[in-house]
Design a protein around this ligand. Structure first.
Ligand code: ADP
Ligand code: MG
Length: 408
């Protein structure tokens, strides 16, 4: 049961949408180099929503932010830069409107025909956007008939175009938002058990809230990466020169205790790959037990036996959420444990025994590197919003869509 309205019911609610104006919040915060877009993944993610609305005859106005212009217009961060890329991905002509509200938008809407698409200017040029200013919401809404949010990646912000507009217009989740919410619900909202979570990456401090929330939600917590060192050190293991937050020993202990209370089994590495220098295929590379790390060595990956044991944990689980690589995967051979576990998760997913959801900038890069991203049930590219969801926080952009459904 959907907890929010989707494009499936637009027709039921609003009747024929031919000629009606849709404000569609998308993610156009695209990576750029020398004025051209280097990765159009985010545009491709929202293309189905945009094209579906256009094909149903709506006049589609795209709303998005770019960078952090801090409430003032500047030519370097104008969304006019991405028009070419959006046209290429959609295979349609796209108009650019250098405003987000007022007469210029009104006139543009008058020029657009049913099924036409336009990009409005960078919403963060207006200070009201990030303040979730009600007047700005009214002014933007004045030129439109309904609102569609297809930017899960911005849903952890309560801004006008992520939250405020849903208060003043009929509000819908776009297809990409819908897919993300359905996948996340399957992974942590109402998952098939047992559930395993893999949390890796560099530091415990960046993922404290994630760890604290997950121990209350999952049956198995697999801790890898640099952050595992902090847990090992807290347990009295000598981690040598490894990346380690010694000042977080008490916090790590508290997390382990909370896991114990909730019946969550924590899996820490027992075999690791170490080296005296951090370089590709270093001469001092060796695999050892965690109790044999020398004072001048650093732990840079889990050992093969540890990785295999974790694969066995996943074989007994029905659901997996993964954030953070198990080792310094950018440098060979410290990618091995991450690649091995990712391949096991992918195979289990293909067999239909595991629902696998992963997210996080470096995690997505690591899964791509392992060549398994397409085999996971769902990969979130949402970054900050994905982490806040893993922390168990309510995302304002999602909460308002659910609230609007309840109000009918
Ligand atoms: P994500 O972006 O997916 O949330 P993080 O940014 O938290 O992931 O962590 C990824 C980083 O952690 C990678 O750059 C990786 O090299 C680093 N890392 C993982 N294990 C170790 C380790 N043992 N020592 C040092 N760095 C590590
Ligand atoms: Mg990262």
């Amino acid at each position: 049961m959907a907890k929010f309205r989707t494009l499936d019911t637009v027709g039921e609610d609003l009747g024929d949408i031919t000629g009606k104006v849709a404000l569609v919040r998308v993610d156009l915060n695209l990576p750029m180099n020398d004025g051209s877009v280097t990765d159009d993944t985010r545009v491709r993610a929202s293309a189905p929503t945009i094209l579906e609305l256009a094909d149903k005859g709506a006049k589609v106005l795209l709303l998005a932010h770019f960078g952090r212009p801090k409430g003032a217009r500047n030519s370097e961060q104008s969304l006019s830069m991405v028009v070419g890329c959006v046209q290429d991905v959609l295979g349609r002509e796209v108009m650019f409107v250098p405003e987000i509200a007022g007469d210029v938008v009104k006139q543009s809407v008058g020029i657009l025909r049913a099924g036409d698409i336009a990009i409005l200017e960078n919403t963060r040029f207006w200070p009201g956007e990030e303040k979730n200013d009600a007047e700005l919401a009214q002014a933007i809404a004045a030129n439109a008939d309904f609102y569609v949010n297809d930017a899960f990646s911005a849903a952890h912000r309560a801004h006008v175009t992520t939250e405020g507009l849903a208060r003043v217009l009929p509000a819908y989740a776009g297809r990409s938002m819908q897919a993300e919410l359905v996948a996340l619900e399957k992974a942590l909202g109402n998952p098939e058990r047992p559930v395993a979570a893999v949390v890796g990456g560099a530091k415990v401090s960046s993922k404290l809230d994630v760890l604290q929330h997950l121990v209350t939600q999952v049956d198995h917590l697999i801790i890898g990466g640099g952050m595992a060192n902090t847990f090992l050190a807290a347990r009295g293991v000598n981690v040598g020169k490894s990346l380690c937050e010694h000042d977080l020993a008490a916090t790590a202990e508290a997390i382990l205790e909370a896991a114990d209370t909730s019946g969550c089994t924590v899996h820490l590495p027992y075999e690791v790959v170490v080296s005296k220098e951090f370089a590709a295929n270093p001469a001092s590379l060796r695999t050892c037990n965690i109790h044999e790390v020398a004072a001048d060595e650093m732990i840079l990956d889990l050992g093969p036996s540890s990785a295999e044991a974790l694969g066995d944990v996943l074989k007994n689980c029905r659901t997996l959420v993964w954030n953070g690589p198990l080792g310094a995967f950018e440098t060979e051979p410290f990618d091995r444990a991450t690649v091995a576990l990712a391949r096991t998760a992918a195979a289990l997913t293909r067999e239909g025994s595991l629902v696998s959801v992963a997210g996080g900038g470096d995690t997505v890069a690591a899964l791509n590197h392992a060549g398994v991203a397409a085999d996971f049930s769902y990969i979130s590219t949402a970054g900050g919003a994905f982490l806040e969801w893993m922390e168990g926080k309510e995302l304002p952009g999602v909460a308002i869509l659910e609230q609007q459904l309840q109000q009918g």
